[in-house]
Design a protein around this ligand. Structure first.
Ligand code: TXA
Ligand code: MG
Length: 300
């Protein structure tokens, strides 16, 4: 743990487990360290990073919250929700925000991430620890394979319980816009704040315009059977081989937790393609289908 915090203080990168996916972390106030993240991931510099903080008070030190943002924070933090709000000047470096006036903040729930944030004492940026465009890592070995050579330290937090990234909402310009479906469901947020804008004008998330989450093999969605040389990722009882099922029982939580790891494992078998059975689109299924559509090359 102290080596991990030391790495952040020294401006080095740290592989950090969260409850959603593994992150590649740096001191949000250190522009040189943040620049190293963009290089390590091959990430376009117009795509801003999420600042992770220990609690809602620390979030309000970097972002301007209205009552809606506070209600969201009360309901879902610590946990897999990211809130985009107006940035307080100078709180995180410009590069972390990609020069925007807004900042994305989240209070993670994973005990290892919380321990690091408590000991470090300031905001920590952490995009998913994959190379840009690839599936996010949900176990340490996959994070190390993707970006380990750029990190000075790595912490093992086990397999990520959630398995898909945080939900990103914006509270800019009044109302709440869903920028990225994720682990906190649309239904949960609507239950708290009422109707959502869907990525409306002025609420755009710069990272959502590029192909994402893609393994090397082509991904085909809504598949009912494996084609020649394809691996079929099943969902629900009796669909495909048990080893390659997102969830044999048809459970969305289990499917989310398995999604990126199974895409990576299937890819290692060098199939002609990865076919994925239909997954229902409600609840956590919205995030799963979003990631699958992007892995299959349907963007926007
Ligand atoms: O679960 C997660 O959120 C993981 C873990 C490590 O915390 N992190 C993660 O970070 O997924 P990343 O960088 O892969 O995704 C951040 C998303 C991108 O889509 C980015 O465009 C959006 O958040 N974002 C960040 N700052 C923003 C801003 N100011 N306005 C709009 N979108 C923003
Ligand atoms: Mg990512």
């Amino acid at each position: 743990m102290s080596a991990a915090v030391q790495a952040l203080r020294a401006g080095d990168l740290l592989i950090l487990p969260t409850e959603t996916v593994y992150g590649l972390a740096a001191d949000a106030g250190n522009a040189a360290a943040v620049a190293r993240i963009f290089e390590a991931k091959g990430r376009p510099r117009f795509n801003p990073l999420i600042s992770h903080v220990f609690d809602a008070a620390a979030a309000e030190a970097i972002a301007v919250f209205d009552d809606t943002a506070r209600a969201l924070a009360d309901a879902f933090w610590p946990g897999p929700l990211t809130i985009v709000a107006a940035s307080r000047p100078g709180a995180v470096c410009d590069l972390a925000r990609a020069g925007l006036d807004s900042v994305a903040v989240r209070v993670p729930g994973h005990p290892v991430a919380r321990e690091v944030l408590a000991a470090f004492g300031g905001p920590v940026v952490a995009p998913s620890a994959n190379r840009s465009g690839r599936p996010s890592p949900t176990i340490l070995a996959d994070a190390v394979e993707e970006t380990g050579r750029f990190a000075a330290a790595a912490l093992d937090g086990g397999a990520c319980a959630v398995g898909v990234e945080s939900t990103v909402v914006s509270v800019l310009e009044g109302g709440v816009a869903l920028l990225r479906p994720g682990a906190v469901t649309r239904e949960q947020i609507e239950g708290l704040v009422g109707g959502l804008h869907d990525d409306a004008q002025g609420h755009r998330s710069p990272g959502r315009q590029t192909t994402h989450y893609a393994p090397d093999a082509p991904v085909r969605i809504e598949a009912t059977a494996a084609g020649d040389g394809e691996i079929l990722l099943g969902f629900g009882p009796g669909v495909g081989e048990a080893r390659w099922s997102l969830s044999p029982a048809g459970d969305l939580r289990e499917a989310a937790a398995n999604l990126f790891r199974l895409l990576r494992e299937a890819d290692r078998e060098r199939p002609t393609g990865i076919a994925v059975a239909p997954v229902p689109g409600t609840g956590l299924g919205e995030a799963i289908n979003d990631r699958l559509r992007r892995a299959a090359g349907f963007v926007g």
